[in-house]
Design a protein around this ligand. Structure first.
Ligand SMILES: *[C@@H]1O[C@H](CO)[C@@H](O)[C@H](O)[C@H]1NC(C)=O
Ligand SMILES: *[C@@H]1O[C@H](CO)[C@@H](O)[C@H](O)[C@H]1NC(C)=O
Ligand SMILES: *[C@@H]1O[C@H](CO)[C@@H](O)[C@H](O)[C@H]1NC(C)=O
Ligand SMILES: *[C@@H]1O[C@H](CO)[C@@H](O)[C@H](O)[C@H]1NC(C)=O
Length: 242
């Protein structure tokens, strides 16, 4: 009943549309990123005795932009590797409104001196696999995202809790991924993904809400997951009716 040629063209159109949408949202995300570096809610300019300022100082290829330390070595893409939002009046909602994931190369994140942060979940920093330093306000409820087991070291002082170096989640949860069909990859503090091995796809090997084109999707972000889900359903339906 379905014309295979036409279905194929429809699928291709979907794919092109999905790539286009993803590049659009990416552009928007990057604009939002620039505004993260220039946040107007900060009480004072970036302190020159903090870790983000020091990681950037006198290092060729790195530059301080507002509250960020940016790697400008590759002039087709400037990567934010440090972000200091200390004393910027950050509240819990901030991480939902301005997801940090587009900062895929982020290494240092300073969030202390923000009493409005009461909880920081691992989802707020999901995907940040390069993150090796985070500071959060010391509260009864606030701890480093992913909890203490997600970090090799945590230092708690009166106002600030600092966590450094992520523990390898795949090693801790050894065996969490079905071995013959998938492999485990790190996905930020306390998080991992099971990705399908070559030749396998579907729910049996994937974990953590990714879809058959997992490797492809991992690079595009969650906005395309829904489109991919539609594609997947369509494709399956096509297989059934064929
Ligand atoms: C800056 O980016 C370049 C190119 O992506 C990379 O080779 C270099 O290691 C980066 N430097 C730092 C300090 O991250
Ligand atoms: C990266 O930063 C450099 C130096 O400020 C700038 O000249 C360049 O246009 C930027 N590249 C992108 C892609 O934003
Ligand atoms: C800490 O968590 C408890 C229970 O979830 C809640 O009742 C309390 O208000 C929280 N305290 C702060 C400072 O957020
Ligand atoms: C902790 O924060 C309080 C209130 O902002 C401040 O008065 C105090 O000096 C801080 N303590 C340290 C050790 O920084």
């Amino acid at each position: 009943m379905a014309n295979p040629g036409r279905s194929f063209v429809t699928l291709c159109l979907f794919l092109v549309c999905c790539l286009w949408c993803s590049s659009l949202t990416r552009g928007q995300k990057e604009n939002r990123l620039q505004s993260i570096c220039q946040l107007s809610s900060c009480a004072s300019p970036l302190a020159d005795d903090g870790v983000v300022y020091s990681m950037c100082q006198d290092r060729p290829g790195l530059q301080v932009w507002g509250r960020c330390c940016v790697n400008i070595t590759d002039n087709t893409h400037n990567f934010t590797i440090g972000l200091d939002l200390s004393g910027c009046n950050i509240k819990d909602e901030f991480f939902k409104e301005s997801p940090l994931l587009p900062l895929t190369r982020l290494q240092k994140l300073v969030l202390d001196n923000n009493p409005g942060i009461t909880v920081l979940s691992r989802e707020d920093v999901a995907g940040l696999t390069d993150l090796n330093y985070i500071s959060v306000p010391t509260h009864s409820n606030c701890s480093c995202p992913g909890g203490e087991e997600a970090w090799r070291q945590h230092i708690r002082t009166v106002n600030t809790t600092v966590c450094t170096d992520q523990t390898p989640t795949c090693t801790i949860y050894d065996g969490a991924c079905p071995v013959t069909t998938s492999h485990c990859v790190e996905d930020g503090p306390g998080l991992f993904l099971c990705l399908c091995n070559e030749g396998y796809h579907g729910y049996k090997c994937l974990r953590q809400g990714t879809f058959p084109m997992s490797a492809f999707l991992a690079g595009l972000g969650s906005s395309t997951v829904i489109v991919a889900a539609i594609l997947w359903v369509l494709q399956r339906r096509h297989v059934k009716t064929a």
